[in-house]
Design a protein around this ligand. Structure first.
Ligand code: HEC
Ligand code: HEC
Length: 143
């Protein structure tokens, strides 16, 4: 069989595409800015849109980057937290409950665990994971 130049590279590429696997999936922490934009658009937004819209189709009828990042998302270069309702570091859940018990419960049961999973972070725990991901990974900290 006559093999055109580049055959090996091409077949390696095809093998990779057909197998659908990547050598080593990178974690969120390892992604550069451009890769993070892509991951947010391809993975985070679809997964989160689904849970927000199942919870409240009207309130979250339009779900986009801005829902979490705020209207000035690109001006602040997608730094988080940015725009969401401030919550205190101590007594976070009690404060959230006082603001809106339905949304607070939805956040705790669905949004927060999903975001932890999508980012590959640990859940915050005062003792065992003090640097873990918290509600204030998305929400501003109340003064
Ligand atoms: C469900 C909420 C949510 C949505 C929707 C969302 N993001 Fe994010 N995004 C986050 C959180 C939370 C972080 C911070 C992750 C961390 O702590 O490392 C983040 C971080 C980022 C970062 C990294 C910022 C940095 O400083 O490294 C970029 C870039 C980004 N998002 C872009 C986007 C884009 C573009 C979209 C829309 C396609 C989008 N995000 C939609 C929650 C969201
Ligand atoms: C992935 C990002 C993300 C995380 C993590 C998150 N939230 Fe939210 N939260 C949101 C978004 C988006 C909204 C809806 C904002 C809107 O309606 O425009 C919201 C709304 C709320 C509201 C209603 C606030 C209001 O202004 O009406 C409360 C209360 C709340 N969150 C509490 C919490 C608590 C408590 C946690 C942690 C258990 C948490 N959130 C974690 C993204 C997040």
């Amino acid at each position: 069989m006559v093999r055109p130049r580049g055959y090996a590279a091409l077949s390696a590429l095809l093998g990779w595409l057909l197998c659908g696997c990547e050598a080593e999936p990178e974690t969120w922490a390892e992604l550069d800015h451009e890769e993070r934009v892509a991951y947010m658009g391809e993975v985070v937004v679809p997964a989160m849109r689904e849970i927000f819209q199942s919870h409240d189709p009207e309130r979250y009828a339009s779900f986009s980057c801005q829902t979490c990042h705020g209207d000035d998302a690109s001006e602040v270069d997608y730094a988080m937290p940015n725009a969401l309702t401030p919550l205190p570091l101590e007594g976070t859940l009690e404060a959230a409950d006082a603001i809106d018990p339905d949304e607070a419960a939805f956040m705790l049961d669905e949004v927060f665990p999903k975001m932890v999973e999508l980012l590959g972070y640990e859940k915050y725990n005062k003792v065992s994971a003090p640097d873990g991901f918290r509600c204030v990974g998305c929400h501003r900290v109340a003064e």
